[in-house]
Design a protein around this ligand. Structure first.
Ligand code: GLN
Length: 486
């Protein structure tokens, strides 16, 4: 190994605890890497180098004083810019929050800090996490490290690109309809979307509150598990936080997949799926079978409704959640002379096009006379989609599927055609609508050498088997070790 930034998280932890490296050296190595690549990739909205180095110094002193200190002490992490980090601005990719500095930490951030992790910066995202490409950010698009003419996926595109480009060993993202899994897939990294309620949403700038979940992006399942173990668990400040005991993933168990039943949903392999993606995903399923898994063809018959249902429910919830950005409470204001015009000027000028589109769609879907026909109907169909998963999980332990119909597309490819962009989300939305966990990881490359991802989806609170099986796959293959040339 020639550079510190090439270490993966478990190696970083090892090297720090053996005192082969200091947190200061490590943090500086990532900051240098960021300095070099940021002009080309545009991964961060806000960087915090001085504070990061101060945190790193502090961690080094603490480790000297108390060698028993927690093992993540002094390890750098990047945070998607929809999560509150006290004292560091949180824009959510929007102009309307350009100057908003949260006075508190999100619960997940608080847990990272307690472990002594070093926050290096806030990563780029589609505005309010609405998008699949990071093109909807008011701070410019992030470029895919594998091919800078292409998108990194979204909305956690900054976090995925940061891990892929080794600007950080690990990052937090959020997944409302695929925003951890799809960018992980486009950037060739591993991304976990936990069960709804497993990880606190307190301090997350809300998009679709019944769908939002905080997830982790890293080089492999092992790395992701370390951080998931740290951030999951009950939080009384999030009313939807699960009462279940804190989860502690253990990946040291049996690597064979004997007695693991994997379902392959018919509906996920139909028209629109890029043939190279299909081939790579089917090969990966074959590998799971070779490792001992039983493969079953299953049906998720309401899959075709996931896009319309999600694109009613998510905008409806967004229209309510975004009402608070009125130019009075947070960030900048465009003065319209009176209250009403101040609202309209501020929201009209400072929200981006896609955000305004969704607010209008959502407000319409909730409006008197239309609520039953749109929002109400969507909720009913959501229940049918949940039912599909419940039935499937009577027969299988996990579901294996593509993450996205294509590999990373060109920047601008879906410009002016929001519907074609929404259709990219077909394979990721159902897990959010059902609230079940999913993990995306690399399973190959297309002919342009763009990464291809596969996802495993589990039943509620089945993160352990989900991650064990993904870990077995990674123990038998090396796709997750490939890096872009930068
Ligand atoms: N692409 C989906 C959307 O635009 C999902 C985004 C997300 O998961 N945050 O809403």
């Amino acid at each position: 190994m020639s550079h510190l930034f090439e270490l993966k998280l478990t190696e970083v932890v090892q090297a720090l605890s053996n005192k082969e490296i200091s947190s200061r050296e490590l943090t500086q190595a990532y900051l240098d890497r960021i300095d070099k690549l940021e002009p080309e990739l545009n991964v961060f909205i806000t960087l915090d180098p001085d504070n990061a180095l101060a945190q790193a110094n502090f961690a080094d002193i603490k480790r000297q004083e108390d060698p028993e200190e927690t093992f993540l002490l002094g390890v750098p992490i990047a945070i998607k810019d929809v999560l509150a980090v006290k004292g560091l601005r949180a824009t959510a990719g929007s102009k309307i929050l350009e100057s908003f500095i949260p006075p508190y930490d999100a619960t997940v951030v608080e847990r990272l800090r307690k472990a002594g992790m070093v926050i290096i910066g806030k990563t780029n995202t589609d505005e309010f996490a609405m998008g699949s490409s990071t093109e909807n950010s008011a701070y410019g698009v992030t470029h895919n490290p594998w091919d800078t003419s292409r998108v990194p996926g979204g909305s956690s595109g900054g976090s995925a690109a940061a891990v892929a480009a080794q600007m950080t060993p690990i990052a937090l993202g959020t997944d409302t309809g695929g925003s951890v899994r799809q960018p992980a897939s486009f950037c060739g990294v591993t991304g976990l979307k936990p069960t709804y309620g497993r990880v606190s949403r307190y301090g997350l700038i809300a998009y679709g509150s019944s769908l939002d979940s905080v997830g982790v992006l890293g080089q492999d399942v092992e790395d992701v598990a370390l951080i998931y173990n740290l951030i999951n668990g009950r939080d009384t400040r999030d009313a939807t936080s699960s009462q279940n005991p804190k989860d502690e993933i253990n990946l040291n168990g049996n690597r064979t997949l004997q007695n693991v039943r994997v379902g392959v949903p018919d509906e996920y392999f139909r028209k629109g799926l890029q043939s190279e993606v299909e081939t790579a995903v089917r090969d990966a399923i074959q590998t799971l079978e070779t490792l001992g898994a039983e493969i079953h063809i299953i049906q998720l018959p309401h899959t075709q409704y996931a896009v319309p249902v999600y694109y009613l429910i998510a905008p409806a919830e967004a229209s309510a959640n975004l009402a608070r950005f009125d130019g009075l409470r947070y960030g900048p204001r465009v003065d319209g002379g009176n209250l009403r015009d101040t609202y309209t000027q501020t929201r009209g000028q400072l929200f981006g096009r896609e955000t305004k589109r969704r607010i209008m769609l959502g407000t319409y879907a909730l409006s008197a006379g239309y609520q039953d026909a749109y929002y109400g109907k969507a909720q009913k169909v959501r229940t049918l989609i949940q039912g599909d998963f419940e039935k499937a999980f009577e027969k299988v332990d996990l579901i294996a599927a593509p993450v996205a119909p294509t590999t990373a597309f060109e920047i601008g490819a879906h410009q002016g055609d929001p519907l074609s962009m929404y259709l990219e989300d077909i394979y990721t939305l159902p897990a959010n609508l059902a609230g079940v966990p999913g993990i995306a990881f690399p399973v190959g490359f297309d002919s342009r050498r763009l990464p291809i991802g596969m996802q495993l989806i589990g039943a509620h609170f089945k993160e352990q088997i989900l991650m064990s099986v993904a870990h077995s796959y990674q123990s038998a293959t090396d796709w997750h070790t490939k890096k872009p040339i930068l």
